[in-house]
Design a protein around this ligand. Structure first.
Ligand code: DX5
Ligand code: ZN
Length: 216
C-alpha cells in the first residue's frame, strides 16, 4: 500500500471549509475528521451538522475519528454520511471493542481502533483480524499542534511486526505532530496513513506541504 496523507480538518479554515475540502480532494488522500465530546478528551471540535455539509463536497474518502465516550451512538450516522473509515478509542470501547468493530463493518465502513500514547500497544493485538486499521495517537488526543511523542515509533514498529507475523493486511494510521521532521521516521516504522493538521493547513502552500509529506 502506498504511503498516504490525511489532512486533518481540525486545522482547516472553518470560515472557508469548502476551499480546504477541495484542496484535500485535489491533493490529499483522505479527509480526516475529528469528533470530540469534551469528556473522553478535554476539547470539543465539531459535530455531524458540519460533517453532513462536508460530505456534500467530499470526493476523497472521509475518515471519522470519534473521540467520544459513546462512539456506538454515532456509527449509523457516520455511515449515512458516506464515510469510508470510522475509528473509536479503545479507552471508550473497553470490552465492547469487537462488537463495535463488527457494527462498523456491517455498515459498510472500514473499522479502526484508536489508542492514546499511554495505552500499551499490545492491547490492540486481540483485534487483529477484526479491525481494518489501527490508529496510533502520537500525541494525546484532543488538540492539534502538539509535539510528536517519539516513543510512538516503537509502538508502531511493535504493532507492525505483529501484523506481519499474523499475516494481517490491516493498516496503521498515525495522528499527531506529523510534519516534515517526523514523517520519514513514521513511514519507516510501518505507518501507512499519516494524519497531518497544522503542518498542512498552517503551511504557506498546503498543496505543496501534502506533496512533501507524502514523498518524504
Ligand atoms: C488530535 C486530533 C488530530 C489533530 C492533529 O486529537 O486527533 O487529528 O488534528 O493535528 P496536528 O497534525 O496539528 O498534530
Ligand atoms: Zn484525529
Amino acid at each position: 500500500m502506498p504511503f498516504r496523507i490525511a489532512p486533518s480538518i481540525l486545522a482547516a479554515d472553518f470560515l472557508h471549509l469548502e476551499k480546504d475540502i477541495d484542496l484535500v480532494n485535489r491533493c490529499g488522500d483522505v479527509i480526516h475528521l475529528d469528533v470530540m465530546d469534551g469528556t473522553l478528551v478535554p476539547n470539543i471540535s465539531f459535530g455531524f451538522s458540519v460533517i453532513d455539509q462536508i460530505s456534500k463536497v467530499a470526493k476523497a474518502p472521509m475518515d471519522v475519528h470519534l473521540m467520544v465516550v459513546h462512539p456506538e451512538r454515532w456509527f449509523k450516522k457516520v455511515a449515512d454520511d458516506g464515510v469510508q473509515m470510522c475509528s473509536f478509542h479503545l479507552e471508550a470501547s473497553g470490552r465492547r471493542t469487537s462488537s463495535f468493530l463488527k457494527e462498523i463493518r456491517a455498515l459498510g465502513m472500514k473499522a479502526g481502533v484508536a489508542v492514546n500514547p499511554d495505552v500499551p500497544v499490545e492491547k490492540l493485538f486481540p483485534y487483529i483480524g477484526k479491525a481494518d486499521y489501527f490508529l496510533i495517537m502520537s500525541v494525546f488526543a484532543g488538540f492539534g499542534g502538539q509535539k510528536f511523542i517519539y516513543e510512538s515509533l516503537d509502538r508502531v514498529a511493535t504493532l507492525k511486526s505483529e501484523l506481519v507475523k499474523r499475516k494481517s493486511d490491516a493498516f496503521i494510521e498515525i495522528d499527531g505532530g506529523i510534519n516534515l521532521s517526523t514523517v520519514k521516521a513514521v513511514k519507516e516504522a510501518g505507518v501507512d496513513l499519516a494524519v497531518a493538521g497544522s503542518s498542512v493547513f498552517g503551511a504557506a502552500d498546503p498543496a505543496e506541504a501534502i506533496k512533501s509529506l507524502r514523498e518524504a
